[in-house]
Design a protein. Structure first.
Length: 208
């Protein structure tokens, strides 16, 4: 939702920058139609990119991050998005009803971790194991498994490798679930606290 809202603001400011630049060049400086249009496109692009930087900076400040921290996290999330896309493609290439549910859970869990970190960048630090290690391993193994499982003729050794790889993918699936739980620990603690407060409030009300 934030990405859509930010894109709308950037597009609007870019459009206004383009129009303003064209009007100034054409009427104030007497430039030709072609030159005014070229300057307008350049001006609109500059305004668009500048507004993006400003919005990202403000978003980082709101989330208690420095500009450098936000840029670092944002770059890592861009890489993670590409890896998750590769992971999903590899998982869904495997035409096996036996593993369909597990593959879906792995894909959903990975996407949920990414979405949480994208929405609240500080959460990135709570799932560093996922972004730095577990996601890379999952992508590599899932792609190899999808490739080998698609081969028409399989040797006994290949079948064993497939079985071992499948087991490891399953183990990593459980590992990233733990990554998600760690990311949500603070929310769970807050929920428990709010529930206790609510129960105490109800208890005092009932005693009156």
């Amino acid at each position: 939702m934030r990405a859509v809202f930010q894109f709308m603001i950037q597009s609007m400011t870019g459009f206004l920058g383009t129009v303003s630049t064209w009007l100034v060049c054409f009427f104030a400086f007497g430039q030709t139609l072609l030159l005014s249009s070229l300057f307008a496109v350049a001006g609109g692009t500059v305004v668009y990119l500048t507004s993006k930087q400003i919005l990202n900076y403000r978003f980082g400040i709101v989330n208690g991050l420095t500009r450098r921290e936000y840029k670092y996290i944002d770059n890592n999330l861009k890489d993670a998005k590409q890896k998750i896309s590769r992971l999903q493609k590899a998982l869904f290439r495997v035409r096996s009803l036996q593993h369909a549910k597990q593959n879906l859970e792995i894909a959903r869990t990975a996407q949920k971790i990414y979405t949480n970190a994208k929405k609240e960048p500080k959460r990135f630090y709570q799932a560093e194991g996922f972004f730095y290690n577990h996601l890379d391993s999952l992508v590599e193994l899932a792609e190899k498994y999808a490739y080998l499982s698609s081969q028409p003729a399989k040797t006994r050794e290949m079948e064993k490798s497939l079985k071992d790889t499948r087991q490891t993918v399953g183990m990593l699936g459980e590992t990233i679930k733990k990554d998600l739980h760690i990311m949500l620990d603070d929310d769970i603690d807050t929920l428990h606290f709010e529930l206790d407060v609510a129960k105490q409030s109800i208890g005092r009300t009932n005693k009156k």
